[in-house]
Design a protein around this ligand. Structure first.
Ligand code: HOZ
Length: 430
């Protein structure tokens, strides 16, 4: 595979952008090799500046559930752009987006648009603190909620990938206000509630994790969180930036049968454009300025292009008959293929999948249900697998601690080709 142009581009980028990238995992630092610089994308595939085409399971880290450059989304963006890129004033599209989210997610009474998932979680936490008059927040080790100071404590995703789960630059005071518990371990949460009576403003989690790889919450855990938050008048925040509209139109909360008090969104609701949102119970959301005293604002919030792309995407998800069934079928086919590969080659590994989110963990363990399990994975082996996959035209997330995403544009042929390439890569690793 010729990647000379990408190699040169990365070298040049490193002269001007820290690490050559605008988001750390993209640098391939933990897996080795040179990141392909992407020139264009269509459907299930991305093409780099050297002309190599890959079957893409990154999907811009989640937003591209319809596949890249879906004609209806492109059309919506083009029309919106022609009417004006940004006004800093109310538009009809913002109300339409809010109505759509409320209609699809029953726990949302009111919703506020922002520009990224990071902004959404940051604002939701401030609101929870304003509502409860308390300072402390509980997050889970390995969960990632964007790069706000409060959440860069034992964080997942790029922070974990690059070995910096607790970032320098976060003040001691902020770190003190963030308590960490263990995912899928309700007792670890209960202990924190016992120790910090009437001081915990919020519990935040990825209801199905993606940022330490895919982990499914046990029923006792997720139901237990709801109960503990109710008993302690603490705000339960589901960070559905990744899972929102990925796991169904009702998001992970519908799948799990648990209603959070607040939910954060991003990715899919922007159809590939920068976006975020947070919403939930009326009595909490009413505290937001200008109605209430909790301040949050943004020049580009509710941006017309992002609203147009998001509305087009959400509309297609709910209007396309059997959309999520088809996605489930393609994803199940991929899972089955990967499982068969491991079995045939007599190799150890765990595949976790929920709908179109999946992770192949390189581990000797029988299951991966916790952060401790994730930490037992062989990241060097993953790195080798990643590079071999890329070499054969399969573009996976460049970290063991991330989810892969299947889109509606992935065909049976794409999946079969992926399974075949994965077999060859695994065989070389034996
Ligand atoms: N940390 C992000 C995914 N969990 C990566 C974002 C990006 O590099 O675009």
């Amino acid at each position: 595979m010729n990647n000379q142009k990408s190699i040169a581009a990365f070298k040049e980028a490193q002269q001007h952008i820290p690490g050559g990238v605008n988001s750390p995992v993209r640098s391939f630092r933990s897996v080795g090799g040179n990141p392909p610089f992407i020139a264009k994308a269509s459907g299930s595939k991305v093409t780099d500046i050297d002309g190599n085409t890959y079957i893409d399971y990154v999907g811009s880290w989640g937003p591209m559930i319809l596949g890249h450059s879906h004609p209806k989304v492109v059309d919506a963006i083009q029309h919106a752009a022609a009417r004006g890129a940004s006004f800093g004033a109310p538009t009809l599209a913002e109300t339409e987006m809010a109505q759509l989210i409320k209609y699809l997610v029953p726990s949302i009474d009111m919703v506020r648009m922002v520009n990224s998932g990071t902004e959404a979680t940051m604002s939701a936490l401030r609101l929870a603190r304003g509502y409860t008059g308390r300072d402390l927040v509980i997050k889970f080790e390995g969960c990632y909620h964007g790069h706000n100071d409060s959440f860069l404590i034992k964080a997942g995703s790029g922070a974990l990938t690059l070995g910096a789960p607790d970032s320098p630059g976060v003040t001691e005071g902020t770190a003190r206000d963030t308590l960490t518990a263990q995912y899928n371990d309700i007792d670890s949460v209960e202990q924190l509630f016992d120790k910090h009576k009437n001081q915990i403003a919020a519990v935040i989690l990825e209801p199905v994790t993606g940022n330490m790889g895919v982990i499914v919450p046990e029923k006792r855990f997720i139901d237990g969180l709801r109960k503990l938050c109710d008993e302690n008048e603490t705000v339960l925040i589901f960070d559905e930036v990744m899972t929102g509209f990925r796991l169904g139109t009702g998001c992970a909360q519908a799948l799990l049968g648990v209603s959070p008090d607040l939910t954060t969104f991003g990715k899919i609701i922007g159809g590939g454009l920068p976006v975020g949102a947070y919403g939930g119970r009326q009595d909490i959301m009413d505290l937001l300025a200008p109605k209430g005293p909790v301040y949050q604002a943004g020049t580009l919030s509710g941006n017309p292009l992002a609203m147009a792309a998001g509305i087009a995407t959400l509309s297609l998800l709910q209007e396309t008959p059997g959309f999520y069934d088809k996605l489930e079928n393609s994803s199940a086919l991929l899972e089955e293929g990967l499982r068969n590969n491991l079995k045939e080659l007599k190799m150890k590994g765990v595949i976790n999948r929920v709908g179109s989110m999946f992770t192949l963990f390189f581990t000797e363990e029988e299951s991966v249900n916790s952060f401790a399990d994730v930490m037992k994975c062989d990241t060097n082996l993953f790195g080798e697998y990643f590079r071999l996959s890329l070499e054969s035209g399969i573009y996976l997330a460049p970290s063991q601690f991330e989810a892969g995403f299947v889109s509606a544009a992935h065909t049976r042929e794409d999946i079969e080709e992926t399974v075949k390439a994965s077999y060859s890569a695994l065989k070389k690793l034996k």
